[in-house]
Each structure stands twice: as C-alpha cells, then as structure tokens.
Design a protein around this ligand. Structure first.
Ligand code: FUL
Length: 698
C-alpha cells in the first residue's frame, strides 16, 4: 500500500472509531495506540527503580586522587574492614533499588581476579590476594534484595595495549567475565572519559582514541545483550545506548525532559539535559551525582557531605523531573561508607518518607473533561486508584484535557505528583495546575513535560479543588497517577553571610520557612526581627544569630551564628588588575581568585589604620582547586606600604585534608596594610587559590 492510501485508510478508520466511540457502541474500548518511540521492557523496569547507588573504590582511594594513573602498586590496595554487606544494608535502608560498582575505573585496576590481567585484587594484600569484591557485592545485593550493576571503564590507563585493536579483545573478555559470572546485571556503565595520559604498561604517554569507532560499540553492545538480555546500557560516547547522561554531575536534569533523542547525530549539552521532543529513539536520562563533591573518597571532604535539603533538592530535580537518581558513595580506604554519608542518606530517606506519607488524593472525587469512549476502563478514577497499570485516557484526536479533583473538605498541600503511562510513549507537552482557593481558581504551576514521573513543589496552598489542565500533547493525553501531599518544611539553621559592602544576607534551606535574627547576641525566636531581604550594617564588628521557623507547626531550627569582623567596604587589593580579585573579600565562600604567580605577595589596604590581632585564610573551595591550596606562608603588616613587619610565618597544618578557614592570631598591632605571601601550595606549583581573606581585630 502506498503512503497516501495508507494515510486515507487510517483517517477513515479513525473517523469510524470516533463515531462508534461517541455513540458508546464499543462495549470493549480499544486502548490508545502507542506514540513511538516507546521504552522497551528493560528500560521500563529500569525507570521504575527510580533511585539506586553508585560505589567508587579503586587504587586511587589510597593515593587520594580523583583518578588512578595506572601505575599504582596493587600492594596499596587493602580495605582491611571491607564489608559489602554494609554498603548493601545502607543502600537498602536508604530506599535504593540497586548498586552499580566500579569493577574497573580508569586506573585499570580490577576489583575482581580477572584472568586476563595481573593488575587486580589478586596481587593486593586484601584477603591475601584471594578476594573477589565483585562477587562479595553481588552476593550482598542478593541478600538485601538489590539489583546489581557494573561500571567497567573503557579507558584503561594501565593496559599496554590501550589504543590498539588488541585492547578491544581484552575489554570484551573482561565484559564477558563480569556479565557471565556474577548473576543478573541490571545496568552496565561505560564512562565517557576516554583516552589521555597514562602508564600503559610503562610507556607513560598520551594515547588518543576515536570515541566513535575505537570500541566498535555496535558489536560490544551485542555481546552485552547476548550475555544479559535484561540489561540496560549507559554510555556517554559512541553509539546511542539505552540511557543517556544528563550533561552534568551536579545532580539535576532539565525541567523540560523528553526521554527521547535522535538515534544518530551529535547530542549537545542542551539535548542531554532536555531530550528531544520528536526524537526517534527512547533514551531516558539518568542523573548521576555523588553524595560528596568527588566520586572517590577524600578525607578533606568529610565536612562536605550533602545534607538533607541538598539531597531532597537533588531528588526533586531528578526523580521529580522524569529521571532516575544514581547517587554515589565514595568508599573509605578501610572499605566502608563513612558514618556521615550513612547518616545523611538515611535522614534523606526519612525526609522522603515524611514528605510522601499521606496522599491527599485518596479522599478526592475525580472528574475529567472527557473520557475515552466514555469507558469506565479509562475514566478519571484510574488516575487516582492504586493501580499503576490503569490510566485515564482521552479520545484519539484530543490534544488538551482537564482532570479535576474535588475534596469534601479543603486540603492543604505543597507537592503535586503526576505520571504518564510511558509504555504508550511520552505525550504531554505542556500543562498547568490550578487550585480553587476560597471559591476562585488560581494557577499555581505552569509546566512542560511529565513523562514517567513529575513532582512539583510550590508554596503551601489550601484549596477545595485541584485541576490539572493538559494544554498540549503529542497525542491524546493519558495519565496513570496523580498524588498530592503536604510535605513538612525541612528546617536547617540558616546560612548567614556579609558581603564586602557590609550587607548581611540570611538564607534558609526551605523557601517557605520564616527567618528571624538578632544582632545583639541574644538568642533569636519568632519574636525577633523577621528577615525580609539583605540589610546594611554599620562598619564595625557584628554578631548575627538566626533561626528558621515553620509557622505551620511552630517549630524552629537550631541557631546559626556568625561573628563578622569590621566591614571591608573600603578595602582594596593593591597591584592586581584581575576583576576576580575582589572575590577574596566579597564574603562569599564559593567565589575565589586563582593566580599562577607563586611565590606571590598579596597586599590589602584597609583605607585607614586598624588594630589587628590575626588573620584568616579560606582556600578556594572548588573541588578541582585542591592543588592551589596555600600550605606555606608569611604574613606582614605595615602602616605605610613601605616598612613591612613580619608577624607570622609557617605552615597551615593539615590544610590539604581540611581546607577550611585557617586562623592565625598574634599580639595586637596597628596597621593599614597587610601582606600575605604565598610561598608554597599543595600542588607545589605556581598556582594559588583564595576564596577569602579576613583579619581579626582586637
Ligand atoms: C566520570 C569519571 O571520570 C569519574 O571518575 C566518575 O567515575 C564518574 C561517575 O564518571 O566520568
């Protein structure tokens, strides 16, 4: 049949179907046709997992590096207290559905005794060289009812053949070992970092490969699927795999998020983030991020484990945006997850449980602007029943529709969860949410895509009705689930900062909580000054104390306190032309100034004489800036920028592991100028990085 005939015939069938539909002739109403592309069974099962974990451990855990070079001695690998059951227990208690393990990271070191290399646990002291960590974790996952996944780095900085065709055979041999000997594997992860410098069996050189062709992904994928028919493949390079990277490791995906890409062509960052509305391949997004700034364990990050508000944010920005969340635990050299990581991830689980404890749609009466063929199989109740398989459906030619929930008594809520039955394709292009507040409708959200799951956050609202308006769709809209919640406010002590101009800003972790503060040293309460926006202060020293307050249940957070030195309004950094220099006195710990002039003199002019009794230095807080942390310094003062007096010199002890504020005090002295001389840095090179410099006055 030619295309025109086919088109006319399907139009005719649709017309007949519509007539029969409207007259209710069909007793058995046909289900809507899928809108292609749709997920396959493996992708569907994977999407339903929603949240699972990554575990990073390798030889570079013992050298405190982000990546291993490939020349690390296997003898350094000795996680003496290793207990994969601890990882599995934590993942299970955290509500995760599986664990993906770095069986081989870029270093090439194998955490299972691969028979194709000597560079593995079999030459380490761990379990006297008889251990197999992949097996131990596979068994622990089984015991805890978790799925098990494998990260096998395509890039291997140890292997002598990396870059040559022989390496592909080696890589596939290892894949075969991993996908054959350890039971069912739900996901395999082929990292996109590929090629560069490495040990390469002693060659110590830079090897480049063509990411598109070198691994012959087509045949590598075939091998994977033959060995593990239920697997999903993640790949950030080469041929399109089953899942896509979202273009960032910061823990979010686009609000507009299509689970589609085109099967060929480049995928720029914007597409990774948002997918492609009319893409011809189902390639959903997985949000991979670490519970700490980095993927591997570094003691210096012990104070930087993501807390509950940050993890909740990540959850809403991943699972709540039609993605999955792959959250990483860096394993300590002793083989365990750090207690802070455990504490925070379990508190995060608790917070999710509380947020989604009571689904308010249970007592709602649902009605819809239309129901497919007026059939009870597809009526609006299907969106609020407990059956994830059933769904509310509209007629074939519909592009917009409304579903209303009516409540016997007004409900108070701040979260809205909505799902499409993606087995029939992702359809909704745009929607709004309205609430009937004291008799009139008010729009509370205007959004684009839904997909497998979308969760919206908005200010707490009390309403008698809620209306989902689907305003545009690729094909007739279908909704399988609607849930409405009142999530408690998460109260954390607010963050207080003071900028160079002396203005104070106080931030709460929850936009709905109220913030109260004091400036006289007294304990703040809900009767203290209410924070509205940043406020100016005098130029002297000030103490700010603040609390976050939840007016709904009148609970308060712990108190946060900051003692600010004299304002830096008139301060000048002398002799540096770079605009970023002001970052070192802007009061913002996350902005910094980097230079490549070590040993360097940094001179600050206060504008007038001050009596000072110490100074403080905060290194650049970016994870990549570790080598620029100043370790050795000299500190001078002067009244006239000519005669300098050395008042302190030495080393900032343990600064590499603990890159927080360094405080140095001395007997009070009068000065208008200070000079910090950076003599040496962690990286022993010319780069020094500074987030903040401050002084201590008498
Ligand atoms: C990145 C790697 O280079 C990191 O080390 C980590 O494994 C992360 C999951 O992927 O591309």
């Amino acid at each position: 049949m030619d295309k025109t005939n086919h088109f006319l015939r399907s139009r005719k069938l649709l017309f007949i179907f519509t007539i029969l539909c409207s007259t209710g002739v069909f007793a058995q109403v046909s289900a809507p046709q899928p809108v292609l592309p749709i997920p396959d069974a493996n992708q569907l099962g994977w999407q339903q997992m929603e949240y699972y974990s990554f575990v990073h451990l390798s030889v570079n855990t013992y050298t405190d590096m982000a990546w291993g070079f490939g020349n690390e001695d296997p003898q350094i690998f000795n996680p003496t207290e290793l207990d994969c059951r601890q990882w599995a227990r934590i993942a299970k208690e955290a509500g995760m559905k599986g664990i993906i393990f770095t069986a081989k990271h870029h270093s090439g070191f194998c955490l299972w005794p691969s028979k194709y290399t000597e560079y593995s646990v079999k030459n380490s002291p761990w379990r006297d060289g008889k251990g197999d960590m992949v097996r131990e974790l596979a068994e622990a996952c089984k015991e805890y009812g978790l799925k098990f996944g494998i990260y096998l780095s395509p890039w291997d900085r140890n292997h002598p053949d990396y870059g040559k065709p022989e390496y592909i055979t080696y890589f596939r041999n290892q894949l075969t070992e991993l996908l054959t000997n350890y039971g069912e594997i739900f996901e395999v992860w082929f990292d996109g970092a590929n090629g560069g410098t490495g040990y390469y069996g002693g060659a110590n050189e830079n090897r480049k490969i063509d990411r598109e062709t070198y691994y012959d992904w087509k045949n590598t994928y075939k091998l994977v699927r033959d060995l593990q028919p239920n697997i999903v493949i993640w790949n950030d390079g080469g041929d399109r795999a089953d899942l896509r990277w979202v273009g960032t490791e910061a823990g979010y995906i686009g609000e507009t998020n299509w689970s589609l890409l085109d099967s060929t062509g480049d995928v720029p960052e914007d597409m990774l983030r948002h997918g492609v509305e009319n893409g011809n391949a189902w390639v959903p997004g997985e949000v991979n991020t670490s519970i700490r700034p980095e993927w591997f364990y570094h003691p210096k990050e012990d104070g930087r484990v993501k807390n509950v508000p940050q993890l909740m944010d990540t959850y809403y920005n991943s699972v709540g945006r039609n993605g999955t969340l792959l959250l990483n635990f860096p394993i300590m050299p002793n083989g365990l997850i750090h207690p802070t990581d455990e504490k925070n991830v379990l508190a995060f689980a608790e917070a999710r449980k509380e947020a989604f404890a009571n689904n308010l749609t249970k007592n709602a009466i649902a009605s819809a602007s239309e129901v497919r063929c007026k059939s009870s199989t597809f009526n609006s109740l299907m969106a609020v029943d407990d059956d994830p398989e059933s769904f509310w459906a509209t007629n074939d030619n519909t592009k917009d529709a409304t579903l209303t929930l009516r409540f016997a008594k007004p409900i108070t809520f701040n979260r809205f969860l909505v799902q499409e039955p993606i087995q029939l394709g992702q359809r909704v292009k745009s929607f709004t949410l309205e609430a009937k507040i004291q008799g009139s409708w008010k729009e509370i959200a205007k959004e684009t895509t839904i997909g497998y799951k979308r969760i919206l956050r908005f200010p707490t609202t009390t309403a008698t009705e809620i209306r989902l308006n689907i305003t545009d769709a690729k094909a007739c809209p279908l909704i399988s689930n609607l849930e409405v919640y009142l999530a408690p406010i998460i109260l954390f002590p607010p963050i207080i900062s003071r900028n160079q101009a002396g203005e104070v800003q106080i931030k709460s972790s929850d936009s709905e909580s109220e913030v109260y503060y004091t400036l006289d040293g007294s304990l703040p309460s809900s009767k203290s000054s209410k924070y509205q926006r940043w406020f100016p202060t005098h130029d002297g020293k000030i103490t700010v104390k603040a609390i976050a307050y939840d007016p709904t249940n009148q609970s308060i957070s712990e108190v946060s306190e900051e003692n600010f030195e004299i304002s830096r309004k008139k301060w000048k950094v002398l002799g540096v032309a770079d605009d970023n220099i002001l970052n070192i006195i802007d009061g913002d710990e996350f902005t910094s100034w980097q230079n490549d002039k070590v040993p360097i003199d940094l001179i600050i002019d206060f504008g007038k004489l001050e009596t000072i009794s110490g100074f403080r230095y905060l290194p650049d807080q970016h994870w990549w800036a570790e080598t620029s942390i100043i370790t050795q310094y000299q500190f001078f003062i002067s009244e006239n920028n000519l005669d300098w007096k050395l008042v302190s010199e030495g080393e900032f002890s343990n600064i590499k592991n603990n890159p927080t504020w360094q405080v140095n005090v001395f007997n009070p002295l009068t000065a208008r100028y200070i000079k910090l001389k950076a003599l040496k840095t962690v990286g022993n090179n010319n780069n020094a990085g500074i987030a903040e410099i401050d002084i201590i006055t008498k």
